[in-house]
Design a protein around this ligand. Sequence first.
Ligand code: ZN
Length: 360
Amino acid sequence: MKKSFRAAAALLALILCLSCTACGGAAEVPVEAPSPAPAEESAEAPAPQQTEETPAPQQEEEAPVLPGLSRQVEAAEGPSAVSYPYILRTEGAVWHLSADDMELLGQEKYCTGLELLLQDQEADFAEARTLLAPWIWEEIPPIDIYTDFCGHAEGDEIFGAFYYGSRREIRLFHDWDFAARSLLHEYVHYLSFTCTDRPISEGLFGEGVAEYVSHFACRNRMDRNASKRALSPEELQMAAECHLLDEDGCMDPRRTYLYNAEIIRSPMALGAKYNTITSAVMTRDERLNESPSYTTISYYEAGAMMAFLVESFGEEQVFSHWGMDPFDLKEVFGKDFGELYQEWAVWNRTQCNALGISFG
Ligand SMILES: [Zn+2]
């Protein structure tokens, strides 16, 4: 029993550490150090003399090629080009590549990390857009994504990543593995907070839907493949024994989610620190377990609870009311938060049993 507890607790710690601890959607925190003003000399420099004998210099520059990247990048322009000198465009995103992060990791290692993410990013983004199509705009502009592995974001780095709603941009913190785990969650924030005529409410629905879409409803190739790269053979073996791997030997986001949600509401997690969906860091205690509220639950509980609501009431009923105040749950679902939480807890345990998930 003691051994089981230790194994489960160790795996929980491992997963809590590596998983996305996500973010709110509408914060307006400046995170980028002001860039130096562009040199004025360029505006005042005299135009080069041109004669018939000396043809104008060729202005077209070849697109930069960075080691480790199979795609072409563009040289950025404007004041931010000092901090983010290169831009890489995909169908759904505009990537801003950080000079400081390239220096931190080494340019080739930075680019190789991005290359691995790009192998999955478009398919994951497209899957999320398709799933949410009835509730978001038909045309979704590409999202601006910045890496910030160097600590410029300060307090926001308690999260794996952050969606800054007012600037319509995602910032990725820590490293590429964190980025892979967090990016689809943040993209769902972009879709549900910004790219819709009926924005989602923050907290239970904002975070719950982002977690549900990125960890339950979509495959999340970025997360799966990153888990395989990041975990040691021993950690993967432990995950296999708990039946948390998918058919390709990656951590299955859905199984992992059900597992973590089960543990965090159990006595095994008492004393553990966790991020609430309202951006607080709390310590799990018996009071929180006995009287959960929609402001103090973890991301795992919110995401799994949203999966339960979708299965019980259907996507249309849940997503068409995603802008609601959770205080009014009874008006839409016939039960208040406490009643729905208790029903979810039974559902979550049943799901774990049906999938053969064990706890060490
Ligand atoms: Zn979030």
